[in-house]
Write a protein that binds this ligand. Structure first.
Ligand code: DP6
Length: 329
């Protein structure tokens, strides 16, 4: 059978960095994220006796074939589904991203979420949202957060069955926007999977983990109260803390580029003049700027003026992963 799913990329506000169990992808801490409306992956999966081996084709927004996603990682995920369903059929997988995935904009989250939902349906499994999130997590940790709607929390758990994401609020809960600022980047970065392995080498990881629960609770409280400035200050501090861990790992991970810092400084100076926006940054040089809906246009115009800014993608909070009838083959 053939099935197709569309999955959003999510941006983490409390980051997943460091794994308690790298095989099951159990994280050190809970994380919080928002699913995004304008960064998504569509994937069609078909299992059939006709296929002699698994075929995987991934395209980016220009319809260029993406060759750096390891086919073995996708096949391993198909194996998980085959095992659950008790079948042995091979599959054809075609995946298309609406963004340039080399840019490091969380392609593994939307990619593995779409693969999970399409693949599970295609292989004949009937899974709950929780079960889909657990399955997606094993492909890529952050993918479990792309399954539920809107504002989400990944409950770290301590076994395979207790580590999954839930929706905290639906997408329309809070009228905010996420402006993705893509900066001009030449080299491919160290992947997040490789980066996670270095987290423990930072002398500051243990301190981070000591306070992370308090910080997570504080962010959740600011969301419950819709206290935008407290929320923004907390997520920005969290992004800087993630990068402090990265900078102090052995070897150090330095993801920022000059343009990244130019944007960070501009955001801070605009706040001093009354335009309130806050940034967060993942394992790459690009930024996600969180602002109130009404400030989106003004901020976009200003961000475009900054040297080294290549592209701007405006997002709203979005639904999680969905099945669709628009198959790719
Ligand atoms: C910095 O989910 O990409 O974006 O589980 O190895 O696939 P794997 O890692 P991944 O790590 C994401 C790291 C991050 C922070 C976050 O999204 O929480």
């Amino acid at each position: 059978m053939r099935a197709t799913a569309v999955a959003p990329a999510n941006i983490a506000l409390i980051k997943y960095w460091g794994k308690k169990d790298p095989v099951l992808r159990l994280p050190e801490n809970n994380s919080i994220a928002i699913n995004q409306s304008n960064l998504y992956t569509t994937t069609t999966v078909e299992f059939s006796e006709e296929y002699k081996e698994d075929q995987v084709k991934i395209f980016d927004k220009n319809n260029d074939i993406v060759d750096f996603v390891k086919k073995e990682r996708v096949v391993k995920h198909l194996d998980r589904m085959r095992k659950m369903a008790g079948v042995n059929m091979r599959a054809q997988v075609v995946s298309k991203n609406n963004f340039s995935i080399a840019a490091g904009l969380a392609s593994s989250a939307s990619g593995f979420a779409a693969l999970t939902v399409a693949g599970a349906k295609a292989v004949g499994l009937d899974l709950t949202e929780k079960e889909l999130s657990i399955l997606a997590r094993q492909g890529s940790g952050s993918a479990c957060r792309s399954i539920p709607d809107g504002f989400v929390e990944w409950l770290k758990g301590d076994t395979n069955d207790t580590s999954y994401a839930i929706s905290l609020y639906p997408p329309d809960y809070w009228k905010i926007a996420i402006i993705v600022v893509v900066v001009v980047a030449e080299e491919k970065e160290i992947s997040s999977t490789q980066g996670h392995q270095l987290a423990e080498s930072s002398p500051f990881l243990s301190t981070r983990l000591k306070y992370i629960k308090t910080k997570t609770e504080a962010i959740k409280e600011s969301m419950a109260e819709k206290n935008f400035n407290t929320f923004g200050e907390l997520i920005e501090a969290e992004a800087l803390e993630l990068h402090a861990i990265m900078l102090t790992s052995t070897p150090p991970l330095i993801y920022w580029l000059p343009a990244t810092i130019r944007v960070m400084r501009a955001i801070a100076s605009w706040r001093n003049k009354g335009v309130f926006a806050y940034y967060t940054i993942d394992a790459g040089p690009h930024l996600h700027i969180i602002c109130k809906d009404k400030d989106t246009q003004e901020l976009t115009a200003r961000l475009k003026q900054i040297r080294g800014v290549e592209n701007i993608i405006i997002n709203k909070p979005a639904e999680g992963t969905r099945l669709t009838h628009k198959h790719l083959f």
